[in-house]
Design a protein around this ligand. Structure first.
Ligand SMILES: [Zn+2]
Ligand SMILES: [Zn+2]
Length: 364
């Protein structure tokens, strides 16, 4: 079967002909890949910041944001049958008995670093015609989500982040109304984060680089989140305009914007970092200022990576809610579908919001 892989050490992306995967245990499921989302993590892998082949192999099959269709189920699999749509999780637990996170079903909080991630670190991804996965790592998606469920994985970032915000804010001894949120960036993770925040009841403003008009601004405003360009409105001016916000959802990977935005974070507010910095912009941090802002306003900053079983379930439920609340808006986040052979080109694509590799339209 056909698979899109990165070769090591050359980091060249190739379409390989690899053996068809087979079920090796009664709890496994064979899946036909329908779509694979491409994101900044893939870009980092191609650039060499990230990415590791499975032990003993010279290539890594790419793709970690996936929607597939069940082809075959092992004898012990319950709740899945051929034809069902499924979304796989990405991270698999480390083998160490002393890792409390992995031993408690939360490899997203792994403390040893010896986890694997399909399509990213030490395990093949989903950008192949078929793949085999244990049913425990697959989530059934409703048929009505066929056109948008490839967005599940990027949405799980927001689901996990918002769950943690709720934990943190349970420290306040009164019932908090959601209040105001600022989303930094306007790419897919930011747009999905804005939707999740609005769904949770926040008044959301999107703050990103490009001046209007542009398609990302249009996407945000079409769902009711005002878009402000950081080229036109400084952080200081933004603070005057919005007052202090309760939550900042960072989805740019730009450390300067993220730390500058602390000025807009209100008393008792929470700043969530989701982006991995691109190592391009050196940052001079005013440590005293940051520390003062945190201490004197009970502010919290935290980072979040990957997501758990519950976050995937929540994301799939939210996709259905978003489709009902904003008809056509999720679909509009997917700019274009491309054939698998264009993976490397798509990673470098400028413009648009989300680019997706489609196996159904192009592979056969
Ligand atoms: Zn991704
Ligand atoms: Zn672990």
């Amino acid at each position: 079967m056909k698979a899109v892989a990165i070769m090591f050490p050359s980091r060249e992306v190739r379409v390989l002909d690899v053996p068809e995967p087979k079920l090796h245990s009664p709890t496994q499921v064979k899946v036909r890949t329908l779509e694979v989302g491409v994101c900044g993590t893939d870009q980092d892998i191609l650039k060499g910041h990230h990415g590791e082949a499975p032990r003993g192999e010279d290539h890594l099959i790419l793709g970690h944001e996936c929607l597939g269709e069940v082809m075959e189920v092992g004898a012990h699999v319950q709740g899945l049958k051929p034809g069902d749509l499924v979304v796989p999780r990405v991270r698999r637990p480390c083998p160490h008995a002393h890792c409390p996170a992995c031993r408690h079903g939360h490899p997203d909080f792994c403390v040893t670093g010896d986890y694997t991630e399909r399509g990213i670190k030490g395990a093949h991804g989903f950008c192949s015609e078929h793949f085999v996965e244990d049913a425990a790592y697959l989530h059934k998606a409703e048929d009505s989500l066929r056109g948008v469920a490839v967005l599940t994985e990027p949405l799980t970032i927001a689901e996990k982040g918002l769950r943690e915000v709720a934990h943190i804010q349970s420290r306040l001894p009164w019932k908090l109304s959601p209040g105001k949120a600022l989303v930094l960036g306007a790419g897919p993770v930011a747009q999905l984060g804005a939707m999740a925040l609005m769904r949770a009841g926040f008044d959301v403003t999107v703050y990103s680089r490009s001046p209007k008009p542009n398609e990302k601004a249009a996407a945000a405003e079409a769902m009711g989140a005002p878009y402000i360009s950081s080229k036109e409105v400084t952080v200081e001016a933004l603070k005057k305009q919005l007052g202090g916000v309760d939550v900042i959802y960072e989805a740019t990977g730009a450390s300067k914007v993220a730390f500058d935005s602390l000025q807009v974070l209100g008393e008792n507010g929470v700043l969530i970092f989701t982006g991995v910095p691109g190592r391009e912009e050196p940052l001079e941090l005013q440590g005293d200022q940051v520390m003062g802002q945190l201490v004197l306003g009970n502010r919290v900053m935290f980072g979040t990576v990957n997501a758990s079983d519950g976050d995937f379930r929540e994301a799939l439920e939210d996709l259905a809610r978003f489709r009902a609340k904003w008809p056509g808006r999720l679909e509009a986040l997917i700019t274009q579908r491309h054939p698998p052979s264009e993976f490397a080109k798509v990673v470098e694509a400028k413009g648009g919001i989300k680019h997706v590799i489609s196996f159904q339209e192009h592979a056969r």
